[in-house]
Design a protein around this ligand. Structure first.
Ligand code: SAH
Ligand code: F3S
Length: 448
């Protein structure tokens, strides 16, 4: 048997998966000396980190795996193919009925057991572990390695909200928060490697309740305050939040912690109280609007973004009109919108869903047109303003340009020397296209 040397991890889905994929690479570098490669053809171990939030995401899993079989594994049977993430968690060993060439299956909470699973898989037993051993995951992960000036750090895992449409509580388990010091240590390790911006992650991260060394409990606002004190950290983001858990302590953090980015992603899902109730979101449209008013008062210029589901079972034209009205009233400057997808095992999957797909598609198009208009109007207000940007690296469509993000997370491209990567600079915004801003250096500064 040849010793595997190279690892390719492909990530589908959310930012938690991006974080988990980095930890997968760290774990296998540590245990097996595997070097990461972007090229699947070079790899001896191919891992797919999957997403099951909507049916489309789930179907991608089998087309990706099929392609790996077709292109690589049938020529090189010693190649190890593994599946992780939420589809693995939900399907477990059943995955092998559709993809029998898969050698190992691991869930979002068993990444630390991958070295063992890989050894088993090389012994040619199929290796499966999709359990939820809670915080054990973090106790057994090696220290993270930074790959640039920004990093994701998991503050909590899982979700206990059980929105009626959502598969996450079933695939990632119930909420549990990492102890405060563990999160702070991970941030400090990144900061020492040059990371300037961290995004604190959790499906419902504002429910964070981390144990403190003195037997107390820190909430997300407290975590943000403490992260802000770590040398080198210049900007803090967090995602995703649930409106019910969005407390006044967090509102205060927007007023009092300048390093907290002037951006809030707060999924609302619908503007109809009837649908919000059926979704089990636990708040009304008016309560949502009242919350965002408070955050906006605490942080003038705040950018607000959201997620919306169109065509939840029983959604009428009136319900949909209420969603459009809420989008306008809230003044979102970006929103991610999706057609409802019934997920097996969720309560909503049992509801009658009479709205024809064509109607749902037409509603989605109307919603997206409105969001696009608001988004365009918002970016136009930025032209001529000076914005602080963390320089992240060369721009995607290059030509010597670099890219960074302004506080609200939008990308700006600008001409500057690569030596500025990892620094905060002030840019004057000169032009906008739909999703990208252009800017020019107005000064460079060396913030905290
Ligand atoms: N934790 C987040 C949501 C994570 S899932 C929250 O607080 O809401 C990301 C987004 O996917 C959700 O906000 C929702 O808009 C969408 N989504 C989740 N389940 C879905 C489903 N069954 N069909 C369509 N969209 C869904
Ligand atoms: Fe899903 Fe609702 Fe949690 S959308 S991730 S169950 S907050």
């Amino acid at each position: 048997m040849t010793t595997p040397r190279k690892l390719h991890v492909k990530t589908l889905g959310c930012q938690m998966n991006v974080y988990d994929s980095q930890r997968i690479a760290d774990v296998l570098a540590h245990s097996h000396g595997l070097e990461s490669t972007d090229d699947p053809a070079q790899a001896d171990v191919l891992l797919l980190n999957t997403c099951s939030i909507r049916e489309k995401a789930q179907e991608k899993v089998f087309s990706e795996l099929g392609a790996w079989w077709h292109d690589y594994k049938r020529y090189r049977p010693e190649l190890v193919i593994g599946v992780g993430g939420c589809v693995a968690s939900q399907e477990g060993d059943r995955l092998r009925e559709r993809a029998p060439y898969v050698d190992l299956i691991f869930g979002p909470q068993t990444i630390h057991r991958l070295p063992l699973l890989l050894n088993q898989a090389q012994g040619r037993q199929a290796a499966v572990d999709v359990s939820f051993p809670e915080i054990e995951k973090f106790d057994h992960l090696p220290l993270p390695r930074a790959s640039g000036p920004t990093a994701f750090v998991s503050a909590m895992e899982g979700c206990s909200k059980y929105c009626s449409f959502c598969v996450v509580p079933y695939t990632r388990g119930e909420e549990f928060s990492r102890p405060l010091l563990d999160v702070l240590t991970e941030v400090a390790v990144y900061a020492e490697q040059g990371v300037r911006e961290v995004t604190l992650l959790g499906q419902n991260v504002n429910a964070y309740r981390g144990a403190t060394p003195r037997g107390g409990v820190a909430d997300l606002a407290e975590l943000i305050r403490q992260v802000a004190q770590i040398d080198g950290i210049a900007r803090i983001r967090f995602t995703t939040s649930h409106p019910v858990e969005f407390t006044d302590t967090l509102v205060a953090a927007y007023a009092e912690v300048p390093k907290l980015a002037a951006h809030l992603h707060l999924p609302v899902q619908s503007g109809s109280d009837r649908i919000l109730r059926a979704m089990k979101r636990g708040h009304t449209a008016a309560e949502y609007l009242a919350k965002i008013d408070r955050v906006r008062a605490a942080r003038p210029g705040l950018s607000l973004t959201t997620d919306i589901i169109v065509g939840f079972p029983g959604e009428t034209e009136d319900d949909f009109a209420a969603t459009l009205a809420l989008v306008e009233a809230a003044g979102f400057d970006e929103a991610y919108s999706f057609i409802y997808s019934a997920r097996p095992g969720t309560p909503a999957a049992a509801l009658a869903d009479d709205t024809p797909l064509a109607v749902k598609k037409e509603r989605l198009a109307r919603l997206q047109a409105l969001i696009e208009r608001q988004s365009q109007a918002y970016v136009e207000t930025l032209v001529g303003s000076v914005q602080t940007v963390l320089v992240e690296g060369p721009a995607k469509r290059g030509q010597g340009r670099l890219y960074g993000r302004i506080g609200n997370n939008r990308v700006v491209n600008f001409l500057a020397s690569e030596q500025l990567v990892g620094q905060l600079v002030d840019l004057k915004i000169t032009a906008v296209s739909v999703h990208t801003l252009r800017g020019e250096l107005s000064s460079s500064r060396h913030a905290a």
